[in-house]
Write a protein that binds this ligand. Structure first.
Ligand SMILES: N[C@@H](CCC(=O)N[C@@H](CS)C(=O)NCC(=O)O)C(=O)O
Length: 204
């Protein structure tokens, strides 16, 4: 199995899940700044030009964070990456999708790549501000969901790996996390699997 990742990108969440699982895998570093994702050979692996991309042992490829995380969890039940209870499992998927599709794609997408949201350079400041509002609203909702819990659905799950990477980005964006999220990122950073990934990606 091979994970295509970029240091500190959203792929870090999948990298963490692979370390939590503890089975051998390859990690192929991509240089997004140099546009490696838009050129062969990567475009033949994932024509969407995105990380995370997971190439499985049979050569088939999975893309999209929630789908990769779900497959890894189901394929490796001993790693306990999803609760057994259907309602909690669904909650974990809901939170994973919210972190990726809303906080990342809508909130941070606007802050990091404003030109993707407007053709007018003069509007980019307003786009970034809207992105910050969306991310703040997202963290407030996650914070509420995490009230009284160490992890998003009680025990560590795929949702925590998605929430972790957006929390990590909040620091890059100069945002202040609400208290439960601030405690969550510290709890995540204390996990041995997360520490190994931070080392491997050169972020420690
Ligand atoms: N919807 C995708 C989003 C993946 C994504 O946006 N990846 C970013 C890195 S965080 C990327 O590969 N960007 C490269 C580019 O757009 O050029 C998912 O869930 O995996």
């Amino acid at each position: 199995m091979k994970l295509y990742y970029a240091p500190g990108a959203c792929s870090i969440g999948i990298h963490i899940l692979l370390e939590e699982i503890g089975k051998p895998y390859q990690a192929e570093r991509m240089n997004l700044q140099q546009g490696e994702q838009y050129k062969p050979p990567f475009t033949t692996v994932n024509p969407k030009s995105k990380v995370p991309t997971l190439e499985r042992d049979d050569g088939s490829v999975l893309t999209e964070f929630p789908a990769i995380a779900y497959w890894l969890a189901k394929k490796n039940p001993a790693a306990n990456l999803l609760p057994d209870d259907l309602d909690l499992q669904t909650k974990a998927l809901e939170l994973t999708d919210y972190a990726v599709a809303t906080i990342h794609m809508q909130g941070f997408g606007r802050q990091f790549r404003p030109s993707n949201f407007t053709p007018n350079a003069a509007d980019e400041g307003a786009v970034k501000a809207r992105g910050k509002d969306l991310a703040e609203k997202g963290f407030a909702l996650i914070d509420k969901a995490m009230d009284g819990k160490d992890y998003a659905v009680g025990k560590f799950s795929i949702a925590d790996s998605a929430i972790f990477y957006v929390e990590f980005w909040s620091k890059r964006a100069g945002m202040t996390l609400p208290s439960n999220c601030a405690a969550h990122i510290d709890r995540m950073l204390a996990r041995p699997a997360v520490q190994r990934v931070m080392q491997q990606e050169g972020l420690a």
